[in-house]
Design a protein. Structure first.
Length: 184
């Protein structure tokens, strides 16, 4: 089959492939990832919505619910990323489901931006600025702190497990029994 030229519009003169190419095959392989992210996102966004229902924020007030949700989500991201990248081998869909989906849906930086805009438009610029700075700072501190603590726990746990068992030549399989790989 011959390529069909595009005859009008901004793409005039360009050719379209007659058969699906590697991009089509590659996109079909991404469906499991898309489904995992979508399902995780629904769970995370539902949890965030539930938090907002349980702890509503009055207009013009500091948005504590969004602040706490974002900080807690960033803390969980710190633990999660260390565990899945340094401590355990996990299924390839765990990261897109939980990291991108659940935690991406739970943490809500779009609401953070809307909250700031609402505070500024409502004449609460100081509160907006404090919220802007405090959220950024707490999110970064939460990720850094929980990642560091998780790494320390893994190193300590690995040492305890290695001391408790008889001396054997270490292999990748024996290192996996500890729950944590060596610190990188």
């Amino acid at each position: 089959m011959v390529d069909d030229p595009v005859s009008s519009g901004p793409d005039a003169g360009l050719s379209l492939p007659a058969q699906p190419g590697p991009a089509t095959v590659r996109s079909a392989a991404q469906w499991p990832v898309l489904v995992a992210v979508s399902l995780g996102g629904m769970a995370g966004a539902s949890a965030r919505y539930g938090a907002a229902l349980l702890w509503p924020t009055a207009g013009g007030a500091f948005p504590w619910t969004t602040f706490v949700v974002n900080t807690a989500g960033c803390a969980v991201i710190g633990v999660f990323m260390v565990v899945i990248t340094e401590a355990r081998s996990v299924h390839p869909l765990v990261r897109p489901f939980f990291g991108t989906g659940v935690l991406g849906g739970f943490t809500t930086f779009s609401t953070y931006a809307v909250d700031i805009q609402g505070l500024v438009n409502g004449g609460h610029a100081r509160t907006a600025l404090a919220y802007l700075a405090l959220t950024l700072l707490s999110a970064l501190v939460a990720v850094r702190t929980t990642a560091s603590l998780t790494r320390r726990f893994c190193v300590r746990r690995r040492s305890e497990v290695l001391m408790a068992r008889p001396a054997i030549p270490e292999t990748r399989e024996s290192a996996d029994l500890t729950g944590c790989e060596e610190e990188r």
